[in-house]
Design a protein around this ligand. Structure first.
Ligand SMILES: *[C@@H]1O[C@H](CO)[C@@H](O)[C@H](O)[C@H]1NC(C)=O
Length: 390
């Protein structure tokens, strides 16, 4: 199996033009990390999403063309990737939901927001937008302080909101949405709403990461294969086509404090400590994340080295993990091999139309996941393209 991949990649010297049968390969970009890989112009990236503009910006009266400056222009981003790459502006992100709620509340507000976004897309020269509302219907960062019942109206409003964005942008611009990877967070993505949602968007970026977070009380793989398949299946069962879904990859590492005794026999699925305040939802400092490009917190650095050296692949799932029994820390992250394996175990087996990663600069300075992702995409484009033809 592995030699086959190697043989095929050896022949992958010519980069084809971006074609309709290619897997989508989408990179979120921020300016949070200085290092950038040297091969972006030859990598099989189809879209990049510059993150973030804030949603509240588009609630102002129409007619202004004064948009928040990003760290570089759309044109500068375009020039960093191969010809034909689509550049999207991502709007929102974790914790930034209020501007969306304000916009979506009334038909008038939806139209105004959509018209402003269309003007921004025209003025910046972008190819479209990625709507990162986390999440319509609730379970966002404020879920303890603003109960989901107060956001229940958003479940019906969300597809209409997307419809207004489509009307304002027209058929030729791209609209994508970043959507939850945990089934419990898919409040606005039901069998009733999803068919309409899919009429308005080009594709969904299913955030198949952070599937273990501080709200959990047992250890899980945050980018787990089984959890990813469960997420994709939920969207498919509720009315999305597999080829309109993209599988998410995380270019960062997560750790969680666990209990000790109950984890000795098997650290997979064993109890954590309490990681968030049950009243306020505040972070209790018992879990964290860092980018590959970041410094590891000092107190964790020996544990982190152990996780890199002694981690294992869960035979039941394929995901990489390590449990440090000295500090009682659960480590969960993707290695390059874990990325590679997902092309067979998820991308191909579910027939999804693409992959995406949060976020490119985070994978430096080695860019091992980035390279594995590109190899997987190249391989799929050469061997399985018929699967994605319309
Ligand atoms: C985790 O939380 C769930 C739901 O509140 C509860 O039923 C379960 O017993 C808890 N598990 C552990 C190991 O604490």
């Amino acid at each position: 199996m592995f030699w086959k991949i190697k043989t095929c990649l050896a022949g992958a010297l010519l980069l084809p033009a971006i074609g309709a049968t290619e897997l989508r390969n989408i990179m979120y970009l921020t300016n949070q990390h200085e290092i950038f890989p040297g091969d972006t112009q030859t990598a099989p990236v189809t879209h990049v999403a510059m993150s973030f503009m804030r949603p509240h910006v588009f609630n102002r009266p129409e007619g202004s063309h004064d948009w928040p400056a990003m760290w570089q222009t759309v044109e500068a981003t375009r020039a960093q990737f191969r010809d034909g790459v689509k550049v999207l502006i991502a709007i929102g992100g974790w914790g930034d939901t209020e501007g969306f709620s304000d916009a979506a509340r009334t038909a008038e507000g939806q139209k105004r927001w959509a018209a402003n976004v269309a003007a921004m897309v025209k003025d910046t020269g972008a190819d479209g937008v990625d709507i990162d509302w986390e999440y319509p219907g609730g379970n966002g960062e404020d879920y303890k302080t603003v109960p989901n019942e107060e956001k229940a109206w958003e479940i019906e409003a969300y597809p209409k909101f997307l419809g207004e964005i489509r009307t304002a942008l027209g058929a030729n611009k791209i609209i994508s949405a970043a959507v939850p990877g945990k089934v419990g967070d898919m409040l606005a993505f039901t069998a009733d709403t999803l068919p309409t949602i899919m009429q308005h968007v080009d594709f969904l970026n299913v955030m198949t990461y952070d599937m273990m977070n501080r709200r959990d009380n047992v250890t899980k793989h945050h980018t787990g294969v089984k959890l990813s398949i469960e997420a994709l299946d939920a969207y498919i069962d509720r009315g999305a086509r597999a080829k309109d879904l993209n599988l998410g990859f995380a270019f960062y590492v997560k750790w969680f404090k666990t209990q000790h005794e109950p984890c000795l026999a098997n650290p997979i699925g064993c109890p954590t400590v309490l990681m968030e305040d049950p009243e306020t939802g505040a972070d209790l400092g018992q879990a964290g994340a860092f980018a590959w490009a970041d410094q590891t917190p000092d107190w964790l650095s020996a544990s982190w080295q152990a996780a890199l050296t002694w981690g294992k692949y869960d035979p039941d799932d394929g995901s990489y993990y390590h449990w440090d029994e000295n500090l009682d820390v659960w480590w969960t992250f993707d290695t390059a091999r874990a990325v590679r394996n997902k092309f067979q175990s998820i991308v191909r087996s579910k027939g999804v139309g693409g992959v995406f990663a949060w976020e490119l600069g985070s994978d430096g300075p080695q860019f091992s996941r980035w390279q594995a992702l590109n190899k997987g995409v190249d391989f799929a484009n050469r061997h399985h393209s018929q699967k994605h033809e319309l």
